[in-house]
Design a protein around this ligand. Structure first.
Ligand SMILES: Cc1cc2nc3c(=O)[nH]c(=O)nc-3n(C[C@H](O)[C@H](O)[C@H](O)COP(=O)(O)OP(=O)(O)OC[C@H]3O[C@@H](n4cnc5c(N)ncnc54)[C@H](O)[C@@H]3O)c2cc1C
Length: 811
């Protein structure tokens, strides 16, 4: 065997989305970094070898789509890939390549593919593989499986890796290590403490914890993908495929419905009685038998699918099981489900989540049903589905910092969380945010000569500032970045859009698509407001009843667009509207009210419509996105005082707004918004938008009373974060992102263009000036968008110093 040695500052092990993001962000912030990935492609479960859709908070919460590195990868992939978004199996190698491309564009980053971590050596010379070779220290005394810390030293000195097909072993020496292996192998070998299985409900009083602890896990899956061959294609299953003949196995309320002939079913899953780590091979073998058996059922036997599948042919069957659950490494903090539900503001918040508490039934295909929520089709009135909704909630750095090894962090599904909390945190866009956070933390630690588990409060704030400057949204961190010159400037624009109706360009009568749809519950529409008065709101309503319907309405002050609670939130007005028979009529609610002072600079109110006549009454939906106006269903609280029952809502289904109009028109898209903290609609509309009636070019101007020396200008284009970016159409760009623009500085001779960009599709861009420039004003002049009629920018930050790295998309 050839022996080699590599020395780096930061060593990231595992190239899933967590590891990818950790490595790129550590390297961007100046750490010499190596990413060690045991397979030939990046992306882990999201790679084209496994093809799980990277989800996150954005599927369940309007405008909660992940930005930062996750948006960077999604924008790059969507603009190049011809594959339509679909649930699992949509991924092709364009996604792997988008991740690879970002890594290759990153200075300081070495990619070491096809390379497996095999051993960890601690600073006292102990080899991890000798610490607990028989797993004899693993105990099930607590009910779940756990291992207490057995590390004789608190630091890792080096790791050993083996390169597949190269007869090579590498010793990798680092200063900081980040375990993104999913299974927590690096931490395990380093002797760290971990848990496996479920806590009992009495340990943290979690709704989703069972009454007795157990050592069960969710299973692993393989995906398959089919395409339409344009003519009937027969399928004959091999003799070793499972023989499935019982329709009840699929349609008997088990949550295993074959919903498309294209394949990609998350429920082809097997775990218990197998061990998801040690039995990976038997699991793969058995999953392959099941997959072909399921395809045989759909193609040849299923009354509901046979015809639909006639022209479909198997294209690809995964052979790398995607793992959902195994070890959870104990960190400096151990987060539980209730902290997700309570929307706790952690001092060391570095990411957020918002997927539901998604816990599958252990056993998968071998169990009675796949998942309680899925077994009822995620029916929003089903208690299992309703109780699972959480977020968006903040995530603390402490769950990424090892409790037992000082120079070790983790990101991904191996973080320090109860099983129930992990049910939400484990989705991949969230894992990617965690990776970006711990990679940034490692770089900051290195610069300060500390370990990544030993950051001071000030250094954690530095990590938060970097993350926000890198485009990441942190719900509870809203201070200005150190050195940002924009807070001292006056902001103005060539024009500013007003919010008058949900559609800014159409006549009211044309705004409604007129199609009735099932509105089973009370409806809520968040409306951004600004200014002293709200005189009236009009709602676009339809009624099929012969006589008038009386509909109660409530106007509530909400602290953010994700304030779903129906108990808190000051009621500003209550009333009753009379809806006459007819379609798409504008019903007026005269309010003539002064808005609370806290809303004068911008904020949100929520208009609640009580569905007194479901089936006969509906609120028209706007058929094209209306920015910053999220809508959702309000489902009744069974008991508002009971934890987990304060609000209910369902998936946002891509719907954005109900038809409404406000009087007077609201100046919610002011230039002033770009210095506010959030990079999206959240506590206010969160962006500058130019008046859509005014043609491009349009500009945003930032002016100081005294000249300033500038070196770096950072822009966040809000984009349309109302749905997940990976669901955008193939070969598409976010229409709300600015495509063409120039940066101009005011000089004594007038405006001088110092940089210009064409055909941008990225949400986050920044510009480094070759030399420091002295000026009293900067303009961002937008000459083209990717489809929107308005120019829009959600954040502008300007600094006198260069940032840590050049714009990767400017190279
Ligand atoms: C079928 C299925 C459906 C799911 N559904 C969704 C969904 O719809 N959306 C969603 O977002 N999430 C979903 N999840 C969950 C999600 O995929 C995982 O929680 C997530 O991938 C965890 O991210 P990670 O980076 O920690 O791990 P992974 O994605 O597993 O990445 C770990 C990486 O580490 C590498 N690695 C492991 N061991 C070593 C080693 N010794 N040396 C070097 N490299 C190593 C692996 O090859 C892998 O690339 C699903 C999971 C499965 C299996």
């Amino acid at each position: 065997m050839k022996q080699t040695r590599i020395e780096k500052d930061v060593v990231v092990i595992g190239g899933g989305l967590a590891g990818f993001a950790a490595a790129v962000s550590a390297a961007r912030h100046g750490a010499q970094t190596i990413l060690i990935q045991d397979r030939p492609v990046l992306g882990g479960n999201a790679s084209s070898e496994i093809r799980v859709t990277p989800h996150g908070a954005g599927l369940h919460h309007n405008y909660a789509t992940e930005t930062g590195l996750m948006a960077e990868a999604a924008a790059a992939e969507r603009s190049r890939c011809h594959i339509e978004p679909m649930e699992n199996a949509w991924t092709n190698s364009q996604w792997d390549l988008a991740l690879y491309d970002i890594c290759k564009r990153t200075p300081n980053l070495t990619l070491q593919m096809n390379t497996s971590l095999t051993d960890v050596i601690l600073e006292d010379g102990t080899r991890g593989s000798t610490l607990d070779p028989e797993d004899s220290k693993v105990s099930q005394d607590a009910g779940y499986m756990e291992r207490s810390a057995i590390n004789p030293s608190r630091r890792i000195s080096r790791i050993e890796c083996s390169v597949a097909n190269a007869e090579t072993q590498i010793t990798v020496v680092g200063k900081q290590y980040i375990d993104c292996t999913g299974d927590g192998l690096c931490a395990h070998l380093a002797g760290c403490s971990w848990r496996w299985g479920s806590e009992a409900s009495d340990e943290f009083d979690e709704i989703h914890a069972p009454s007795r602890p157990d050592a069960l896990t969710m299973g692993s899956s393989i995906q398959f993908y089919c395409h339409d061959a344009g003519k009937p294609v027969p399928y004959e299953a091999p003799p070793w495929a499972k023989k499935l003949n019982d329709p009840d196995f699929f349609y008997g309320g088990t949550g295993r419905i074959p919903y498309t002939p294209r394949g990609g079913f998350w429920w082809i899953e097997i775990g218990v009685p197998y061990n998801t780590i040690f039995d990976n091979e038997p699991i793969r073998e058995e999953l392959t038998e099941w997959t072909l058996g399921i395809w045989d059922w759909m193609k040849n036997k299923d009354e509901k699918m046979r015809e639909k599948c006639a022209n479909y042919v198997l294209d690809w069957v995964g052979q790398v099981p995607g793992k959902r659950e195994s070890r959870r490494i104990m960190g400096k903090y151990f987060i539980n489900e209730n902290e997700l539900k309570l929307d706790r503001a952690f001092e060391d918040e570095i990411a957020y989540g918002g997927w539901f508490i998604d816990l599958h039934t252990p056993g998968g295909l071998l169990a009675e049903n796949a998942e309680p929520g899925a077994a009822t089709g995620y029916d929003s009135h089903n208690i299992e589905a309703a109780k699972g909704h959480v977020g968006p909630y903040g995530i603390p750095l402490g769950i990424l910092q090892s409790r037992d090894i000082d120079n070790l962090g983790m990101a991904g599904r191996d973080v320090s969380a109860t099983k129930a909390a992990l049910g939400s945190i484990r989705v991949m866009q969230t894992c990617g945010l965690l990776g970006q956070a711990i990679g940034t933390a490692a770089a900051v630690a290195l610069r300060e000569g500390r370990d990544l588990t030993d950051l001071s409060t000030g250094q954690v704030r530095e990590v938060q500032d970097h993350l926000r400057r890198d485009g990441v949204f942190l719900p509870n961190v809203n201070r200005e970045a150190e050195g940002d010159l924009v807070p001292d400037a006056t902001l103005s624009a060539s024009s500013e859009a007003l919010l008058a109706t949900t559609s800014v360009e159409l006549e009211p009568s044309k705004q409604c698509d007129g199609r009735p749809f099932e509105q089973p519950s009370d409806l809520a529409q968040c409306i951004p407001v600004a200014g002293p008065r709200l005189d009236a709101i009009r709602l676009c309503l339809s009624s099929s009843r012969e006589g008038p319907i009386e509909v109660p309405v409530v106007l509530r002050h909400v602290k953010s667009i994700w304030h779903y609670d129906q108990v808190d939130g000051e009621v500003l007005a209550e009333g009753t509207l009379t809806v006459e028979p007819g379609q798409a009529q504008w019903v007026r609610w005269d309010l003539g009210m002064e808005l609370p002072e806290t809303l004068h600079d911008g904020g949100y109110v929520r208009l609640e419509l009580m569905m007194t006549a479901p089936g006969e009454l509906w609120w028209e939906r706007v058929s094209r996105p209306a920015l910053a106006c999220p809508a959702y269903y309000l489902l009744p609280c069974a008991d508002p005082n009971k934890r987990g029952e304060r609000y209910r809502r369902i998936f946002n289904e891509g719907m954005e707004s109900y038809g409404f109009a406000v009087e007077p028109a609201m100046p919610v898209f002011r230039a002033e918004n770009v210095r506010r903290s959030a990079n999206r609609p959240y506590r206010d509309a969160g962006m500058w938008r130019s008046d859509p009636a005014e043609p491009l070019p349009q500009y945003l101007e930032c002016r100081w009373s005294e000249p300033k020396t500038l070196r770096q200008i950072e822009l966040q284009f809000g984009g349309d974060l109302s749905n997940e970016l990976c669901r955008n159409a193939p070969l598409s760009r976010d229409r709300e992102v600015v495509a063409d623009y120039e940066i101009l500085l005011e000089t004594k001779d007038g405006w001088e263009v110092v940089d210009s960009v064409r055909a941008n599709c990225q949400h986050h861009r920044f510009h480094q000036l070759a030399e420091p420039a002295e000026t009293s004003a900067v303009r961002i002049r937008v000459t083209g968008t990717n489809g929107s009629e308005s120019a829009s920018i959600s954040n502008l930050r300007i600094f006198s110093e260069l940032g840590d790295y050049p714009d990767p998309w400017g190279m």
